[in-house]
Design a protein. Sequence first.
Length: 208
Amino acid sequence: MDSPFLYFAVGMAACIIGTVPFGPINLTVVKTTIDYDAQRGTKVALAASFVEVGMALIAICFGFVISAFLETNAILKLIIAIVFIGLSIVVFARKTDPKLKRQKNDQQSFFKKGLLIASVNPQVVPFWIFALTAIDQTFNFNYSGLYQVAFLAGIFVGKFTALYVFVIASGYLKTHLQESGLLVNRLLAVILLFIGVTQGWTAVTALV
Protein backbone atom coordinates (compact mmCIF):
# COMPACT_ATOMS: atom_id res chain seq x y z
CA MET A 1 0.00 0.00 0.00
CA ASP A 2 1.28 3.48 -0.89
CA SER A 3 2.31 5.80 1.91
CA PRO A 4 3.25 9.51 1.96
CA PHE A 5 6.74 8.51 3.11
CA LEU A 6 7.23 6.44 -0.06
CA TYR A 7 6.19 9.40 -2.23
CA PHE A 8 8.55 11.63 -0.25
CA ALA A 9 11.48 9.19 -0.58
CA VAL A 10 10.98 8.66 -4.32
CA GLY A 11 10.68 12.40 -4.99
CA MET A 12 13.82 13.08 -2.98
CA ALA A 13 15.81 10.32 -4.69
CA ALA A 14 14.72 11.37 -8.20
CA CYS A 15 15.66 14.99 -7.54
CA ILE A 16 19.09 14.12 -6.12
CA ILE A 17 19.83 11.94 -9.17
CA GLY A 18 18.79 14.76 -11.48
CA THR A 19 20.86 17.38 -9.63
CA VAL A 20 24.19 15.53 -9.32
CA PRO A 21 25.33 15.99 -12.98
CA PHE A 22 26.96 19.38 -13.54
CA GLY A 23 24.49 21.92 -14.86
CA PRO A 24 23.95 25.69 -14.73
CA ILE A 25 22.34 25.79 -11.29
CA ASN A 26 24.80 23.65 -9.32
CA LEU A 27 27.72 25.44 -10.96
CA THR A 28 26.10 28.76 -10.04
CA VAL A 29 25.92 27.52 -6.43
CA VAL A 30 29.61 26.57 -6.54
CA LYS A 31 30.60 29.89 -8.13
CA THR A 32 28.59 31.95 -5.63
CA THR A 33 30.08 30.05 -2.69
CA ILE A 34 33.62 30.53 -4.01
CA ASP A 35 33.20 34.21 -4.87
CA TYR A 36 31.31 35.13 -1.70
CA ASP A 37 30.45 32.63 1.04
CA ALA A 38 28.38 29.57 1.92
CA GLN A 39 25.44 31.68 3.09
CA ARG A 40 24.98 33.25 -0.34
CA GLY A 41 25.50 29.91 -2.07
CA THR A 42 22.77 28.51 0.17
CA LYS A 43 20.45 31.34 -0.90
CA VAL A 44 20.89 30.32 -4.54
CA ALA A 45 20.30 26.67 -3.61
CA LEU A 46 17.14 27.57 -1.69
CA ALA A 47 15.72 29.57 -4.58
CA ALA A 48 16.49 26.79 -7.05
CA SER A 49 14.76 24.28 -4.76
CA PHE A 50 11.54 26.30 -4.80
CA VAL A 51 11.69 26.54 -8.60
CA GLU A 52 12.29 22.79 -8.88
CA VAL A 53 9.10 22.10 -6.92
CA GLY A 54 7.17 24.41 -9.24
CA MET A 55 8.61 22.78 -12.35
CA ALA A 56 7.79 19.31 -11.05
CA LEU A 57 4.23 20.39 -10.26
CA ILE A 58 3.88 21.78 -13.78
CA ALA A 59 5.17 18.48 -15.18
CA ILE A 60 2.65 16.55 -13.07
CA CYS A 61 -0.30 18.70 -14.19
CA PHE A 62 0.56 19.73 -17.73
CA GLY A 63 3.82 17.96 -18.55
CA PHE A 64 3.03 16.36 -21.86
CA VAL A 65 1.15 19.40 -23.17
CA ILE A 66 4.07 21.70 -22.28
CA SER A 67 6.59 19.29 -23.74
CA ALA A 68 4.70 19.22 -27.04
CA PHE A 69 4.42 23.03 -26.99
CA LEU A 70 8.17 23.46 -26.41
CA GLU A 71 8.94 21.01 -29.18
CA THR A 72 6.82 22.89 -31.71
CA ASN A 73 7.41 26.51 -30.64
CA ALA A 74 10.65 27.51 -32.35
CA ILE A 75 10.38 31.17 -31.29
CA LEU A 76 10.32 30.26 -27.60
CA LYS A 77 13.33 27.98 -28.10
CA LEU A 78 15.13 30.85 -29.82
CA ILE A 79 14.38 33.19 -26.91
CA ILE A 80 15.68 30.60 -24.43
CA ALA A 81 18.80 30.16 -26.57
CA ILE A 82 19.48 33.91 -26.59
CA VAL A 83 19.04 34.10 -22.79
CA PHE A 84 21.53 31.28 -22.17
CA ILE A 85 24.08 32.56 -24.70
CA GLY A 86 23.82 36.02 -23.12
CA LEU A 87 24.32 34.56 -19.64
CA SER A 88 27.34 32.58 -20.86
CA ILE A 89 28.96 35.75 -22.24
CA VAL A 90 28.35 37.65 -18.99
CA VAL A 91 29.75 34.82 -16.85
CA PHE A 92 32.77 34.31 -19.12
CA ALA A 93 33.65 38.00 -19.19
CA ARG A 94 33.12 38.66 -15.50
CA LYS A 95 36.25 38.83 -13.37
CA THR A 96 36.26 36.79 -10.19
CA ASP A 97 36.66 38.97 -7.12
CA PRO A 98 36.43 36.94 -3.89
CA LYS A 99 37.03 40.08 -1.83
CA LEU A 100 34.07 41.93 -3.31
CA LYS A 101 32.38 44.11 -0.70
CA ARG A 102 29.08 42.83 0.52
CA GLN A 103 26.06 45.03 0.06
CA LYS A 104 22.89 45.11 2.11
CA ASN A 105 20.79 43.72 -0.75
CA ASP A 106 23.17 40.82 -1.49
CA GLN A 107 20.91 38.23 0.11
CA GLN A 108 17.92 39.27 -1.97
CA SER A 109 19.91 39.52 -5.21
CA PHE A 110 21.41 36.05 -4.82
CA PHE A 111 17.99 34.56 -4.13
CA LYS A 112 16.74 36.21 -7.32
CA LYS A 113 19.79 34.93 -9.16
CA GLY A 114 18.90 31.37 -8.15
CA LEU A 115 15.31 31.93 -9.26
CA LEU A 116 16.43 33.25 -12.65
CA ILE A 117 18.94 30.52 -13.48
CA ALA A 118 16.60 27.73 -12.36
CA SER A 119 13.53 29.20 -14.09
CA VAL A 120 15.05 29.59 -17.55
CA ASN A 121 16.61 26.12 -17.58
CA PRO A 122 14.78 24.34 -20.43
CA GLN A 123 15.85 20.91 -19.23
CA VAL A 124 13.87 20.81 -15.98
CA VAL A 125 10.32 20.11 -17.18
CA PRO A 126 11.43 17.47 -19.74
CA PHE A 127 13.51 15.83 -16.99
CA TRP A 128 10.47 15.58 -14.72
CA ILE A 129 8.29 14.27 -17.54
CA PHE A 130 10.85 11.51 -18.09
CA ALA A 131 11.26 10.93 -14.34
CA LEU A 132 7.50 10.73 -13.73
CA THR A 133 7.13 8.25 -16.60
CA ALA A 134 9.88 6.07 -15.14
CA ILE A 135 8.43 6.33 -11.62
CA ASP A 136 4.93 5.43 -12.77
CA GLN A 137 6.22 2.32 -14.51
CA THR A 138 7.55 1.11 -11.15
CA PHE A 139 5.17 2.48 -8.52
CA ASN A 140 1.98 3.53 -10.36
CA PHE A 141 1.71 6.65 -8.22
CA ASN A 142 -1.42 8.74 -7.79
CA TYR A 143 -0.30 12.36 -7.46
CA SER A 144 -3.15 13.85 -5.48
CA GLY A 145 -3.82 15.20 -2.00
CA LEU A 146 -1.36 14.29 0.71
CA TYR A 147 0.60 12.04 -1.66
CA GLN A 148 1.33 14.92 -4.01
CA VAL A 149 2.35 17.16 -1.10
CA ALA A 150 4.71 14.46 0.17
CA PHE A 151 6.18 13.96 -3.31
CA LEU A 152 6.79 17.70 -3.80
CA ALA A 153 8.26 17.98 -0.29
CA GLY A 154 10.67 15.18 -1.18
CA ILE A 155 11.67 17.06 -4.33
CA PHE A 156 12.38 20.23 -2.34
CA VAL A 157 14.44 18.39 0.28
CA GLY A 158 16.28 16.38 -2.39
CA LYS A 159 17.14 19.46 -4.46
CA PHE A 160 18.28 21.50 -1.51
CA THR A 161 20.29 18.61 -0.04
CA ALA A 162 22.09 17.95 -3.32
CA LEU A 163 22.86 21.63 -3.89
CA TYR A 164 23.99 22.12 -0.30
CA VAL A 165 26.53 19.33 -0.84
CA PHE A 166 27.93 21.50 -3.64
CA VAL A 167 28.08 24.43 -1.18
CA ILE A 168 30.08 22.33 1.27
CA ALA A 169 32.31 20.85 -1.45
CA SER A 170 33.15 24.35 -2.66
CA GLY A 171 34.89 25.06 0.65
CA TYR A 172 38.11 23.31 -0.27
CA LEU A 173 38.39 25.39 -3.46
CA LYS A 174 38.68 28.54 -1.37
CA THR A 175 42.33 27.78 -0.68
CA HIS A 176 42.96 29.09 -4.20
CA LEU A 177 40.08 31.48 -4.62
CA GLN A 178 41.16 33.33 -7.73
CA GLU A 179 42.17 30.21 -9.70
CA SER A 180 39.15 28.12 -8.70
CA GLY A 181 36.74 31.01 -9.27
CA LEU A 182 38.11 31.50 -12.78
CA LEU A 183 37.81 27.78 -13.52
CA VAL A 184 34.20 27.66 -12.34
CA ASN A 185 33.42 30.78 -14.39
CA ARG A 186 34.75 29.14 -17.54
CA LEU A 187 32.99 25.83 -16.88
CA LEU A 188 29.67 27.52 -16.13
CA ALA A 189 30.00 29.70 -19.25
CA VAL A 190 30.65 26.63 -21.42
CA ILE A 191 27.60 24.79 -20.06
CA LEU A 192 25.35 27.83 -20.50
CA LEU A 193 26.69 28.32 -24.02
CA PHE A 194 26.13 24.65 -24.86
CA ILE A 195 22.50 24.81 -23.70
CA GLY A 196 21.96 28.06 -25.60
CA VAL A 197 23.52 26.78 -28.83
CA THR A 198 21.57 23.51 -28.59
CA GLN A 199 18.28 25.33 -28.12
CA GLY A 200 19.17 27.80 -30.88
CA TRP A 201 20.04 25.01 -33.32
CA THR A 202 16.75 23.17 -32.71
CA ALA A 203 14.87 26.48 -33.12
CA VAL A 204 16.60 27.31 -36.40
CA THR A 205 16.07 23.82 -37.83
CA ALA A 206 12.38 24.04 -36.90
CA LEU A 207 12.03 27.39 -38.66
CA VAL A 208 13.85 26.33 -41.83
